[in-house]
Design a protein around this ligand. Structure first.
Ligand code: HEC
Ligand code: HEC
Length: 370
């Protein structure tokens, strides 16, 4: 319909105009602001609390996608966001530590990016935020960070803006998305924010099971119960693995910060959330990651220390260690171990596979448009 309307308008300007998007940027045809709203398909998820000052539009999301895959956002024009956030990996990186443009490694593993629209909590910043340590309160602030990070894209915002302003295609896209004559850092951040909000993963087998459309196998169902049931060290036969204590809700994360027993105080190389709050009690706490598509996003944890899901289960089963800020729930894992049998492990893994959303991982709307 929009296409038809545009064609009708342009019919007056140019004699024949094809119904293709780049008709918008044909030389001589002035680009117009296009406020057509973006329809966020949330399916069975609750409506997210999106910021009111950055309404999602078709043009804004598309511009964000171009920027996410744009290597010119980096100092030497070699690295895009997408180089450390691979769609096939739930937008994480198979490397333990991603390598920035100077060939230097950062010290944290790249994070998965899906359902970020549900990570926002208004009115209460403590306990929520972006990055492993929550140092960024909003995505709009977050996205400018990797561009300027010396170990990542190592570029100044001034230079990025100059590069984008020198490109007619980008100037046109910023005009279409924001009615802007000039590219600015704020608008760049808004476009990326809109694109990140559009990345919704809720078409996994588990989702179709929730909607009553498919059945889980016996093994997946046993794994599901183990995942959600509470841990009871005094009743091992009936005990669950209590993963949902932290990996809870439709996004399989409470998006809070926790210490899941990776290191004793003396061995912590990264203080995590404590670096942001300054509170001793937050030592070694990190953002609880979503477990959606978890089977494609190895390696795991903030430092990528576990190569596969078996190592993760070893950790929760008998590898957790005590520390001053250890989550009280994890104290049971330390004291008693989960006592998972081979069958329990296989079932848990079968369940985690039901969180893989191949539609999301292959959705052309998120792929490289360049
Ligand atoms: C060199 C690799 C690299 C590049 C390039 C990169 N990232 Fe990241 N990204 C990471 C790492 C590593 C983290 C975790 C960093 C931390 O916690 O300190 C991260 C974290 C994030 C998060 C936080 C997710 C959450 O749940 O809190 C978002 C959002 C994100 N990146 C988006 C982007 C965007 C947008 C770009 C491009 C402007 C980008 N990244 C470029 C490696 C990279
Ligand atoms: C006390 C809260 C808590 C409980 C209980 C818990 N987790 Fe976690 N989980 C976390 C936190 C926090 C992290 C990130 C820790 C880090 O990187 O330092 C994490 C990380 C993970 C990761 C790595 C994901 C990634 O993207 O790197 C997997 C997989 C995982 N947990 C699975 C499980 C399973 C399976 C269970 C149940 C056996 C479980 N978790 C129980 C809090 C918890």
């Amino acid at each position: 319909m929009r296409c038809l309307v545009h064609s009708l308008i342009f019919f007056w300007v140019v004699l024949s105009v094809g119904c293709k998007p780049d008709a918008m940027t044909e030389p001589g045809v002035p680009v117009e602001f296009d406020p057509a709203p973006y329809f966020l398909e949330i399916g069975h998820f609750p409506p997210p609390a999106l910021p009111e000052d950055n309404p999602m539009t078709e043009a804004g999301v598309e511009l964000g996608r171009m920027l996410f895959h744009e290597k010119r956002l980096s100092g030497d024009n070699t690295q895009a966001c997408a180089d450390c956030h691979l769609q096939s990996r739930n937008f994480s990186d198979p490397a333990v530590f991603s390598t920035g443009i100077a060939g230097e490694e950062g010290h944290r593993h790249s994070m998965v990016l899906s359902n970020l629209a549900w990570h926002l909590h208004h009115g209460e910043s403590h306990g929520h935020g972006f990055f492993w340590d929550g140092r960024s309160p909003s995505l709009r602030e977050q996205v400018l960070d990797p561009i300027q990070d010396a170990l990542e894209m190592d570029e100044s915002l001034e230079d990025v803006i100059v590069k984008l302003n020198g490109d007619t295609e980008y100037r046109d896209e910023f005009k279409r998305a924001f009615d802007a004559e000039e590219v600015t850092a704020d608008l760049l951040a808004r476009a990326l924010e809109q694109f990140l909000f559009s990345m919704v993963s809720n078409q996994s087998k588990y989702d179709h099971w929730l909607l009553g459309e498919v059945e889980l196998t016996e093994s997946e169902e046993r794994g599901r119960v183990l995942f959600f049931d509470e841990f009871d060290p005094f009743n091992p036969e009936m005990s669950g693995a209590d993963c949902a204590h932290c990996h809870s809700g439709l996004d399989f994360s409470n998006h809070q910060f926790a210490n899941n027993g990776l290191d004793a105080d003396a061995d912590m190389e990264d203080i995590g959330y404590m670096g942001v709050t300054g509170e001793d009690g937050d030592l070694g706490k990190f953002k609880t990651p979503s477990l959606r598509n978890v089977m494609v996003s190895a390696p795991y944890m903030h430092d990528g220390r576990f190569a596969d899901i078996e190592e993760v289960l070893d950790h929760y089963d008998h590898g957790a260690v005590s520390s001053t800020s250890l989550d009280p729930m994890m104290q049971y894992n330390v004291d008693y171990g989960l006592g998972l049998s081979e069958l329990d492990r296989a079932d848990l893994i079968a369940f985690l596979h039901t969180l893989t959303d191949t539609e999301f991982l292959n959705n052309p709307a998120f792929s490289n448009p360049h």
